[in-house]
Design a protein around this ligand. Structure first.
Ligand code: FES
Ligand SMILES: [Fe+2]
Length: 413
């Protein structure tokens, strides 16, 4: 696939081959191999606080849906086209029992059952035969999760140990639809690129010394500028990288970052503060093949402002400006690029056939192989990594964090 330097020794851009993305790896629409894999998990689709009796449009895994909360507090996720004659339920009216289509008043509950047909004799004698297509939703930690896969394969909604037993005064702060590396910038709703470009960044330890430290400015801590020695380890839910760095006091810090199936990332404190397992989890939710959203949950210590804490951990600081990411000028983006600029500039879906992966991409390659294995497992009728059907196995542990340990015996990357 590479351009042949024997036939084109000068490397001229003229006549270069057309390149393409790896469709099996990154396309998530209904019926695609990766889409079927993704549909075997719960995905966050909104913050609980944002789901009200006003219907809202959401697009998840390439499907347009309507999200609302009925008057009794139950969230519902239905397909938009009314089962009667296709008017969008976006214009529906919600009451205690469900959502009522604006056109002829058919009403559906949060599981799509048709409960009223006011223009039909006796409110619709055959209404029980109608079901508006729907997906299950559940709420936890202030997030609304949806399951869009085969009903018989619905796993238990995962819980996270770091959020389960809060000490007195601790709370959970959630933030949604914020672009990668832009902090709590509420104007950023959607990241305009394929989900994998975000996800594989978590297994890319070598961009930390370059993009975040040496390129222009120290965005976290000068010590992050040392090229780390890196090892990788498989975990129950995915993959960790361990970046070993010598600190000024001669000690070694191991920075453990996690990618968990299907689209969960745990990034330890970027300033290399030593800490117990990280209590900050990010979820990527594919909107479609060319865009995604991010949802965040962080445990907040007593007396700390959750939004401030989230801003500090999610945004490279300093960026040479105190502006929010969306307020920066083009020139400031050029001068202070972060993850967003590095990843979005690869295009809506990067051209995998054009890449030249090197030793520093071991984590990225391993993550892609792991994803392909899961896609294959689902294709062959199996259950992918990390799905649990037993409620007793719903609680997961986080292993990411910054740990002080002895120097590594050998480095793999
Ligand atoms: S189109 Fe919805 S009730 Fe007629
Ligand atoms: Fe980064």
């Amino acid at each position: 696939m590479d351009q042949d330097i024997n036939s084109n020794p000068e490397g001229s851009a003229y006549g270069r081959p057309m390149h393409h993305h790896d469709a099996e790896l990154v396309e998530v629409g209904p019926g695609t191999p990766c889409g079927e894999f993704m549909r075997r998990y719960w995905h966050p689709v909104a913050l609980s606080a944002d789901v009200t009796t006003t219907p809202q449009k959401v697009r998840i895994l390439g499907e347009d849906l309507i999200l609302f909360r009925d008057g009794r507090g139950r969230p519902g996720l239905l397909t938009p086209r009314c089962s009667h004659r296709g008017t969008s339920l976006y214009y529906g009216k919600v009451d205690d029992d469900g959502i009522r289509c604006c056109y002829h008043g058919w009403q559906f509950d949060v599981q799509g059952r048709c409960i009223d047909q006011p223009c039909e004799p006796q409110g619709g004698l055959a209404k029980n035969r109608i079901r508006q297509p729907w997906y299950p939703v559940e709420e936890i930690y202030g997030l609304v999760f949806a399951y869009m896969g085969p009903p018989a394969k619905k796993p238990v909604l995962p819980r996270w140990e770091v959020f389960e037993k809060l000490a007195p005064g601790q709370s959970i702060y959630v933030h949604g639809y914020t672009g990668f590396g832009v902090g709590a910038d509420d104007t950023i709703k959607i990241v305009p690129m394929n989900w994998l470009q975000s996800y594989e960044n978590i297994m890319d330890p070598f961009h930390v010394p370059m993009l975040h430290t040496r390129h222009r400015a120290v965005q976290y801590t000068p010590e992050a500028g040392h090229l780390p020695q890196v090892t990788y380890e498989s975990t129950e839910l995915g993959l960790n990288y361990i970046a070993h760095r010598k600190m000024k006091d001669g000690s070694t810090v191991e920075r453990v970052s996690s990618a968990m199936m299907p689209l969960i990332m745990v990034v330890p404190d970027q300033k290399l503060e030593i800490g117990e397992p990280t209590s900050y989890i990010r979820w990527i939710t594919p909107v479609d093949d060319q865009s995604h959203a991010l949802f965040h949950a962080i445990r907040v210590p007593p007396g700390v402002d959750g939004r401030e804490l989230f801003l500090n951990v999610s945004r490279p600081m300093p960026m040479g400006t105190s502006k929010m990411w969306s307020e920066m000028t083009e020139e400031e983006h050029q001068r202070h690029p972060t993850d967003w600029e590095a990843m979005v500039s690869q295009g809506p879906i990067t051209l995998h056939s054009e890449e030249h992966l090197a030793t520093s991409d071991n984590g990225v390659m391993t993550l892609r192989r792991l994803l392909k294995r899961q896609i294959m497992t689902v294709r062959e009728g199996g259950d992918p990594m990390g799905v649990a059907f037993d409620p007793a196995k719903a609680v997961n542990k986080v292993t990411a964090g910054n740990y002080k340990r002895n120097a590594p015996e050998k480095a793999l990357a």
